[in-house]
Design a protein around this ligand. Structure first.
Ligand SMILES: *[C@@H]1O[C@H](CO)[C@@H](O)[C@H](O)[C@H]1NC(C)=O
Ligand SMILES: *[C@@H]1O[C@H](CO)[C@@H](O)[C@H](O)[C@H]1NC(C)=O
Ligand SMILES: *[C@@H]1O[C@H](CO)[C@@H](O)[C@H](O)[C@H]1NC(C)=O
Ligand SMILES: *[C@@H]1O[C@H](CO)[C@@H](O)[C@H](O)[C@H]1NC(C)=O
Ligand SMILES: *[C@@H]1O[C@H](CO)[C@@H](O)[C@H](O)[C@H]1NC(C)=O
Ligand SMILES: *[C@@H]1O[C@H](CO)[C@@H](O)[C@H](O)[C@H]1NC(C)=O
Ligand SMILES: *[C@@H]1O[C@H](CO)[C@@H](O)[C@H](O)[C@H]1NC(C)=O
Ligand SMILES: *[C@@H]1O[C@H](CO)[C@@H](O)[C@H](O)[C@H]1NC(C)=O
Ligand SMILES: *[C@@H]1O[C@H](CO)[C@@H](O)[C@H](O)[C@H]1NC(C)=O
Length: 787
């Protein structure tokens, strides 16, 4: 999912030399290179604050602008500190519920002179004060308050230091019953006058889905005695009552009407006050008990070091020989590894919707973005978590009726294209991820392929009757079986075809012969939208390339959409989920015409044979038709392999890194989308690009002399080593290769390499060679390549 106005001028605004020197990193030398602020400007929307791997609590300062992930480096003011976030979302902001805001005193010692409403309390921050590292975030506000934060799974711990504040110290900490999207309907907050505890609940909307969710919080304080407690609404506050309830249709009929509760303190003994905020989807009681269990003594140092240890352990799976590699690339790489594991979020024990012993994960933002790189990356780095994620998806299917595409805050999110959970499950299946009941998984995936939901804008597939009878999704479809936006006929067709291929792979492995036949046939449906004599004019020039996908009516007649439409060159913002959307999603026909990852031999032939295929693919990259900041652009970087030019894939990968992906706060070309950009970076740099849904990695040289990955399920280590490694990246072309000492000429390798371990040695040179270019060396394809 992509939106967002990009602000280029701040792209290189940086926080050089501000990273905290951490005590951790004994296991992973990569720890010190992680900079959570990468992607926090220029529309990257990453979550830059403190979180555990897959943690539910995510604490950060929320800013007034571009706050999809809470904090934006290119913002001017902070509106509060909140405890849950999503990372890299493309649409609106998400979560950010129950922000605390902190003032060192109220002018005239009058609580009514403190600031409460968002625009009133919003306060500048000191640009050099922000520091972030795994599990930690700090910022100093213009009122002299310095905030530091760390987290456990369901609890945020803040330390507010008032030593630089002017005037008498009588700190007031208030909570607002609001979230970042300002979606709250009803809400309640209470303050306990004896302990100062603030607690409460609210009902909110998900940021890219339907329905609503309830969330609860429980905030306790330590470090100062209590002087006043009370509630506030709008711009006014009072010491009675101690509870307040608000709804969306308050006096102004305005859902942004703020209200909440506060605790005011005497001057703290050591100049600081700690705030511990537990969150829960179940109840206030559970929010409080989560906090009490996880952080019993408000011990900041101990909580932080546990968070750092958790990250250190996750990062330790990869070992690099980093000799000669520029700091920019090391930071870009390790921060990418880190961001891949921020979301999805582990809400196990926090799901009020159904009872089950299966773990529950949420915040898939969205699988359409994530299946291409995040899940293949987790297969390599964290297969046991991937196994839990997949079990959670299957459990969600069992209780909600369908596998999700987007899902956040316990709600169904919008489906963007195909039912791409099918690909991530198929991917795990062919890679032998353990701990999954594959018959259940198969039922979930087959359900997508066979049973059209009433509301296919939030699950499953639309137009299934046409899909089965016509073999494509027609434009202007007659579909009385469900409702959803009748757009994206081309992108849905190519994605449904690949979804069916993944189902076929599973059917094959599970011995379901007739299902295999059926779905393998359907996987060819993308060809039904190919119009062989369609031409394309780019920048006023007729190109030499003929044959593009085109929309097709139910009667078989082709319609027309300019093949460049919705590329960056022509109406780039016209293909979203709006009802007036067109026949492709977030990209052009130019791009979607290359999408047949399971049958690239046919694709290459349809596009004119390997030579023309290669020049067309080069043209796609070089003519401005491709936006590397949108996830469908990933695979085309490496598809030169299918045209027998693996060297061009390596070259293309270096075109985008570090030009478009680097260590600046604005160092991402688009929204990170829950780690999609992050995992693209790390997979590119590790050198073996996974084709999602297949046991296939397209071989390009790592950006390092040597990369080791230790498989979490088998304990085996896979080593990729570059001989003649050149950190200036002139010599990036494979001359020849050996696998475990024997010559290896295929330009791809299967997952067995990562599962069983081994040594792939690549000899590099500065010119393209004939390595990996024979027909027998090309990656798997359903139909055979022409010699
Ligand atoms: C508060 O900040 C001051 C100034 O940076 C520092 O000296 C002091 O140790 C801090 N106090 C706490 C409790 O962290
Ligand atoms: C708020 O209202 C919704 C119905 O709109 C209800 O489901 C929910 O339980 C209420 N939440 C609270 C905290 O009162
Ligand atoms: C990778 O693993 C091999 C074999 O275990 C070992 O010899 C080598 O030192 C490792 N490389 C790195 C960078 O850790
Ligand atoms: C990014 O990398 C460059 C080296 O290429 C380095 O000079 C700079 O300090 C790095 N930026 C940050 C924020 O660390
Ligand atoms: C998965 O397991 C099967 C059967 O044990 C084996 O043949 C295959 O090579 C394995 N695949 C991978 C990618 O490990
Ligand atoms: C179906 O999805 C649409 C969003 O496209 C939503 O507005 C509507 O409420 C949903 N209907 C049901 C019954 O869930
Ligand atoms: C098309 O082919 C002609 C003749 O071979 C060549 O001059 C022209 O540059 C080509 N145009 C493109 C866009 O490749
Ligand atoms: C097929 O349907 C389209 C759209 O309704 C129409 O324009 C076209 O003429 C039809 N073709 C035939 C052969 O009837
Ligand atoms: C691999 O290629 C290099 C560079 O061209 C060459 O020196 C070496 O002899 C080759 N090794 C094999 C086994 O072909």
């Amino acid at each position: 999912m992509k939106h967002s106005s990009v602000r280029k001028e701040l792209a290189w605004f940086s926080y050089a030399a501000l990273l905290v020197a951490s005590t951790y990193g004994q296991n992973s030398p990569g720890f010190k290179y992680v900079n959570p602020l990468i992607g926090s400007a220029n529309g990257g929307h990453v979550f830059a604050g403190a979180t555990l791997p897959y943690g539910m609590a995510k604490a950060v300062a929320d800013t007034n602008e571009d706050n999809q992930g809470g904090f934006a480096s290119d913002s001017t003011a902070v509106t509060g500190f909140s405890h849950m976030h999503d990372s890299g979302t493309g649409g609106g902001s998400s979560l950010g519920n129950f922000p605390l805001f902190v003032q060192s005193n109220c002018p005239g010692n009058d609580i009514n002179q403190c600031k409460y409403m968002i625009n009133d309390r919003s306060i500048g921050w000191l640009s050099n004060s922000v520091k972030a590292s795994p599990g930690y975030f700090t910022i100093e506000l213009a009122n002299g308050v310095t905030a530091e934060m760390t987290v456990t799974s369901h609890t945020a711990l803040y330390r507010f230091n008032f030593s630089s504040s002017a005037g008498d110290l009588k700190p007031l900490i208030a909570v607002d019953l609001i979230d970042l999207p300002q979606s709250r309907s009803n809400g309640t907050a209470t303050v306990d006058p004896s302990t100062g505890r603030l607690s409460g609940s609210g009902t909110f909307n998900p940021s890219f889905g339907i329905g609503n969710y309830d969330l609860h919080f429980c905030a306790d304080f330590s470090g100062a005695s209590i002087s006043e407690t009370g509630v506030w609404m709008d711009t006014r506050a009072g010491t009675t009552p101690k509870t307040i309830s608000v709804t969306s249709d308050g006096v102004n009929g305005d859902s942004t009407l703020s209200g909440g509760a506060f605790t005011q303190f005497s001057a703290p003994a050591d100049g600081s006050i700690s705030a511990r905020v537990g969150v829960s989807f179940i109840s206030v009681a559970q929010a409080c008990s989560n906090a009490e269990k996880e952080i019993p003594n408000f011990d900041f140092a101990k909580t932080l070091s546990a968070a750092e240890a958790a990250w250190d352990k996750k990062l330790s799976v990869i070992k690099l020989d980093e000799t000669g590699v520029d700091l920019n690339l090391l930071q870009t790489f390790w921060s990418g590894v880190y961001r891949t594991m921020i979301s999805p979020q582990d809400y196990t024990g926090e799901n009020p919707l159904w009872k089950s012993n299966v773990p529950y994960y949420d915040s898939y933002y969205c699988i359409w973005d994530l299946y291409r790189s995040v899940f293949p990356m987790l297969t390599l780095l964290d297969a046991s978590t991937l196994s839990e994620l997949i079990n959670s998806l299957i459990d969600t299917y069992k209780h909600e009726g369908y596998l999700p595409d987007c899902r956040m805050s316990l709600c169904k999110g919008f489906t963007q294209g195909g039912s791409n959970a099918d690909v991530l499950i198929g991917d795990a299946y062919v890679k032998n991820v353990t701990g999954i009941n594959w018959n259940d998984a198969y039922a979930a995936v087959q359900n997508d392929a066979e049973v059209e939901p009433l509301n296919w804008s939030v699950e499953g597939r639309g137009g299934l009757t046409s899909w089965k009878n016509l073999g494509y999704i027609p434009t202007d479809d007659f579909d009385p079986y469900g409702v959803g936006p009748h757009t994206r006929s081309i992108s849905r067709t190519v994605e449904y075809a690949y979804n069916d291929f993944c189902l076929a792979e599973m059917a094959n492995g599970l011995g379901r012969k007739s299902d295999y036949q059926k779905y393998i046939k359907r996987s060819g449906n993308w060809q039904n939208m190919f119009l062989a004599d369609q031409t394309s004019t780019v920048n006023g020039q007729l190109t030499n390339f003929t044959g593009f996908l085109q929309p097709r009516y139910p009667n078989g007649t082709f319609g027309f959409q300019d093949p460049t439409f919705c590329s960056p060159l022509l109406n780039p913002d016209s293909c979203f989920l709006n009802p007036g959307g067109h026949e492709t999603y977030e990209a052009s026909i130019w791009l979607y015409t290359f999408y047949a990852p399971h049958d690239m031999a046919t694709n290459v032939e349809l596009l004119g044979g390997s030579e023309t295929f290669i020049s067309r693919l080069l043209f796609l990259h070089q003519s401005g038709l491709l936006n590397i900041g949108d996830e469908q652009a990933y695979l085309p970087v490496f598809q030169f392999h299918y045209g027998a030019r693996p060297a061009l894939s390596a070259k293309q990968s270096h075109v985008y890194i570090p030009q478009d992906f680097n260590n600046a706060t604005g160092g991402l070309p688009g929204n990170d989308d829950s780690g999609a950009m992050a995992s693209y970076i790390t997979l590119c740099m590790m050198g073996l690009w996974p084709v999602p849904g297949q046991s296939v990695y397209l071989i390009t040289p790592p950006y390092f002399q040597e990369v080791n990955i230790t498989n979490g399920q088998t304990g085996k280590t896979a080593t990729v080593r570059n001989v003649n490694f050149d950190p200036s990246y002139e010599a990036i072309y494979i001359q020849n290769a050996t696998l475990n000492g024997k010559p290896y000429t295929k330009n791809w390798i299967s997952h067995d390499f990562y599962a069983e371990g081994g040594e792939l040695e690549l000899v590099l040179g500065s010119t393209e060679s004939s390595w990996g270019t024979d027909v027998a060396d090309l990656p798997p394809s359903l139909t055979a390549y022409k010699a």
